[in-house]
Design a protein around this ligand. Structure first.
Ligand code: CO
Length: 134
C-alpha cells in the first residue's frame, strides 16, 4: 500500500529567503510559490534527485503553520508525505487501526492537484504524515 516518499515539508517564516537558500546557495531548482488557502499555506517545492522538499509559509490568519512556527521560530520539519495508490483504501486502513485522519476525515486537494489526507502525529510516532494519491 505504501509507495515512495513524495516529499519532506519544512515550515518556514519567510518563503522567499528559504527559497533563496536552496536556489542561490545550492543552485537547486525551486518551483514558483503556490497559495493553498484550503490548507492555510503557500508552498514551493525544491527538487532533489530522489524526492522533494516542500517549504511551507503560513497563509491567512488561521494557518496551522503559524502555530508550528510559534513553537519553532527558526522553522523545522513539519510533515513527510508518502505516496499511496488509493487514498480511500489508505483512509480505511487508518480507521481500522485507530489512526485519526485530521479535519473531517475526507481528502483535500494538495499541492500537486491530487487528493491528500493527514494522519494525527500522536498516532504516527510523533510525526505528522501526509498520504497523497498518485
Ligand atoms: Co505536504
Amino acid at each position: 500500500m505504501l509507495g515512495k516518499l513524495n516529499h519532506i515539508a519544512i515550515a518556514v517564516a519567510d518563503l522567499q529567503s528559504a527559497s533563496d537558500l536552496y536556489r542561490l546557495a545550492f543552485d537547486a531548482t525551486v518551483s514558483a510559490p503556490q497559495a493553498l488557502p484550503d490548507h492555510g499555506v503557500t508552498t514551493v517545492f525544491v527538487e532533489l534527485q530522489n524526492t522533494k522538499l516542500e517549504l511551507l509559509e503560513p497563509l491567512g490568519n488561521d494557518s496551522p503553520i503559524a502555530k508550528f512556527l510559534e513553537k519553532n521560530p527558526a522553522g523545522g520539519i513539519h510533515h513527510y508525505c508518502i505516496e499511496v495508490d488509493d487514498i480511500q483504501a489508505a483512509i480505511k486502513t487508518a480507521g481500522a487501526n485507530n489512526l485519526r485522519i485530521l479535519g473531517n476525515g475526507k481528502p483535500k486537494i494538495g499541492a500537486h492537484g491530487k487528493p491528500v489526507v493527514f494522519v494525527h502525529p500522536k498516532d504516527m510516532l510523533g510525526c505528522l504524515v501526509e498520504f497523497e494519491e498518485t
